[in-house]
Design a binder for this molecule. Structure first.
Ligand code: NAP
Length: 290
């Protein structure tokens, strides 16, 4: 089975981003700046926080974590967002999920400035994404696309896979991963089935797919008896197993017996996502008017 490792692609995106960040600093006499709002220390995405800040520093981006107290509620969150939106020294804003219970996502999305939004959280960037029909429009860079979905596609493409005319199953329908991924795969002319916890006969869809994208957040959920032969599995899940070891949504040791290719966790989609986030943060800094 071919292992779809993400470190090489990530390194090449980071090298390109480092040189763009250096040019920005030479012109502006300051580094591009990324602010990361993070409520919870132990969420799956925030376990990457130290790595994000370290990688950002290595390539010349000034990344700072902002940790609002949960007790400040939505009002405090929106205040922080508006301050960052109006701050000329903040180029990019990232918000780690989950947010505290009761937060209205729409309230957040409409207050997110689209030109400082490297991960496509704003209403404006989402509208542009879903109004794009072709992948070329999405890739052109006139708006920001969601980094994780983009990373999953780019990782498969980097390893020589293409989607036109193929059957792709995406498991997980979140607004930040599964849905945009399904839309992007459709723009690449795949025929996409978007599955979720209420999908009946999920195994039928899994067994008949050419590509299986997993974004459900359940450790080692996909077993070899759930899939067909010679499929490509792209695992976006970031979980921890019973021994505290990071793992994906697929049971890698099992599926490698039947899959044609699969991305590992760690070392697959994750490093590519991080590299694309940093790249988009530098792009945000480069936008005119800053
Ligand atoms: P989420 O918001 O919790 O959504 C999970 C989705 O999975 C939901 O649509 C849910 O269905 C579906 N689901 C849950 N259990 C299922 C089951 N047994 N069968 C079928 N569908 C099931 O999660 P998310 O934010 O999209 O994240 C998904 C995973 O990706 C997490 O592990 C997260 O840590 C990881 N992630 C990784 C990266 C990266 O760079 N690698 C970045 C972001 C997220 P319902 O809608 O019906 O509830």
């Amino acid at each position: 089975m071919k292992i779809l490792e993400g470190k090489t692609l990530s390194a090449s995106v980071l090298a390109e981003t480092k040189s763009a960040a250096k040019k920005f600093e030479e012109i502006k006499s300051r580094k591009p700046s990324l602010k990361i709002i993070n409520y919870y220390d132990n969420s799956a995405s925030s376990v990457y926080m130290n790595l994000k800040i370290k990688k950002a520093a290595e390539i010349g981006i000034d990344a700072v974590e902002i940790k609002p107290p949960e007790s400040g509620g939505k009002k405090e969150f929106l205040k922080i967002l508006k301050n960052l939106a109006g701050d000329s020294l903040t180029d990019a804003i990232m918000v780690e999920r989950p947010l505290p219970p009761g937060f209205d996502d729409w309230e957040f999305w409409k207050n997110m400035p689209s030109d400082k939004d490297p991960d496509c959280l704003s209403a404006d960037n989402n509208a542009k994404l879903y109004l794009s029909k072709t992948y070329a429009e999405i890739e052109k860079g006139s708006f920001f696309s969601p980094c994780t979905a983009l990373a999953a596609i780019k990782l498969a493409q980097y390893h020589g896979f293409s989607f036109s005319g193929k059957k792709a199953v995406v498991v997980g329908r979140s607004a930040v991963v599964g849905r945009p991924l399904a839309h992007m795969l459709t723009s690449l002319d795949a025929t996409v089935t978007l599955c979720h916890s209420k999908t009946s006969d999920l195994r039928y869809y899994l067994k008949n797919a050419d590509y299986i994208f997993l974004a459900i957040g359940k450790a080692k959920w996909l077993k070899k008896d759930m899939i067909g032969e010679n499929q490509v599995v792209i695992d976006i899940g970031t979980n921890f197993d019973e021994n505290g070891k990071m793992c994906g949504d697929a049971d890698f040791e099992e599926i490698k017996q039947t899959a044609a290719a699969a991305s590992p966790v760690p070392g697959g989609v994750g490093p590519v996502t991080l590299a694309l986030l940093l790249k988009s943060s530098v792009t945000a800094a480069q936008k005119e008017g800053k």
